[in-house]
Write a new protein. Structure first.
Length: 134
């Protein structure tokens, strides 16, 4: 009986998260909602697109960013991140820095039960994205 309960619990956990690469939409935009434990500042707009060519890019809130990425099943990692260098409000710059720094620590991805793309660092809470409409 105990093994049946554990099996059902494990099956429930596995169905709650997508881990196939078809669930991760490439050449499609995502909008960031949370960086780890913190939501985005009001009226800031951070985005990410994972191109089919292995390049990622988007808006970091103030500047545009870009990086190579590697996807292997549920494993995901980003190479060195580059960005433009516009001057913005200090709060936006601090948020942008946290986002770009967090990208370098990503190790895996999944899709939550509410269909948010989650990018997980080695430790801590994930970056959480919503797919863009369209």
């Amino acid at each position: 009986m105990k093994s049946l309960v554990l099996t059902l619990f494990a099956a429930t956990l596995l169905t709650g998260c997508a881990t196939n690469t078809e669930a991760l939409r490439r050449d499609h935009g995502y909008g960031l909602e949370w960086i780890g434990e913190r939501p985005l500042l009001d009226n800031s707009h951070l985005t990410m697109t994972l191109g089919n060519d292995g390049r990622a890019f988007g808006n970091a809130g103030c500047n545009h960013w870009f990086a190579a990425y590697r996807l292997d099943g549920e494993a995901l990692s980003f190479g060195p991140v580059g960005s433009t260098r516009k001057l913005c409000a200090p709060a936006l710059v601090e948020q942008e820095h946290r986002f770009l720094e967090a990208l370098g620590t990503i190790q895996r991805w999944d899709v939550s039960q509410v269909e948010q793309l989650q990018l997980w660092p080695g430790a801590g809470l994930p970056l959480r994205f919503w797919p863009d409409e369209g």
